[in-house]
Design a protein around this ligand. Structure first.
Ligand code: URA
Length: 255
């Protein structure tokens, strides 16, 4: 059994929030009875669900890896009229949405799906799915500064968790350095803020890996569907990272 608004959203009716509004407005029927309260659970396989009298059908689940160009916003619409990721998926009829976010100016690996459970699993802070970025900065930050990033830096919203950090490419004239960084959290603008904290603002940022999945063979601005093994590996890595976290938490508590 699943929440009605989730079933509606996954059928591509609208976003989950909009679907809640449809329910409270009395536009949704389950087995020919109008439902106006939130929290009702339904069985999408056996219940008859209608919106404005029209039967809704469950969509097939879609999972894609996209190489986001810079200058594109990671949301379905933008009040400022900027280009959005949805413009790249006009040939996918299911209503897919991004798993997490990349900044307007960040490029690289972005996953999209219409599977709410999958998206939730991969973005839940408890699961610490690693995300790897190539960050280009002006000049060359000294090794001791990179150590700070490895140990954790103080940001407005608290200390960052330990990160993996290494030089990826150093320009012999030391004009620019590319640093490879893996973080286990998904806070807003986190990588940019971490580098700002050590005095080396990022001038270019590209995500190259998400959990076990690398961004190889997907040209900029293009996407491909994930295969079954890739989907399974992503699920497994999130579940295992979550379990490892529970264990270390219990050890700390002496259990
Ligand atoms: N960290 C950032 O600073 N920006 C992103 O887009 C992703 C991670």
């Amino acid at each position: 059994m699943e929440r009605l608004q989730k079933v509606l959203a996954e059928a591509g009716v609208a976003s989950r929030r909009k679907c809640e509004e449809l329910i409270t407005a009395g536009r949704v029927q389950v087995n020919d009875e109008v439902v106006t309260v939130l929290g009702v659970k339904v069985n999408p396989a056996s219940d008859t669900i209608k919106v404005d009298g029209r039967l809704i059908k469950q969509q097939k689940k879609v999972y894609v890896i996209f190489n986001k160009p810079k200058g594109v916003i990671t949301s379905a619409s933008d009040p400022e009229g900027r280009k959005t990721v949805t413009e790249f998926f006009k040939d996918i009829k299911e209503r897919i949405y991004p798993i997490g976010r990349l900044d307007y100016d960040t490029e690289g690996l972005l996953l999209l799906t219409n599977d709410g459970d999958f998206a939730h699993l991969l973005t839940h802070p408890k699961h610490h799915v690693p995300r790897t970025y190539l960050a280009t900065v002006k000049g060359t930050p000294h090794g001791t500064l990179l150590d700070k990033l490895r140990e954790g830096v103080q940001l407005e919203d608290g200390m960052t968790a330990p990160a993996e950090v290494e030089y990826h490419d150093i320009d012999p004239d030391k004009k620019e350095t590319v640093v490879r960084i893996t973080i286990y959290e998904g806070r807003n603008r986190q990588v940019r803020r971490m580098f700002e904290a050590i005095g080396f603002p990022v001038i270019k940022l590209r995500r190259i890996q998400f959990g076990p999945l690398a961004l190889t063979g997907v040209p900029r601005g293009k996407y491909r569907h994930l295969n079954k093994d890739e989907i399974k590996d992503l699920i497994k890595s999130a579940q295992e990272a979550g379990k490892a976290d529970v264990k270390s938490h219990n050890i700390q508590k002496g259990e």
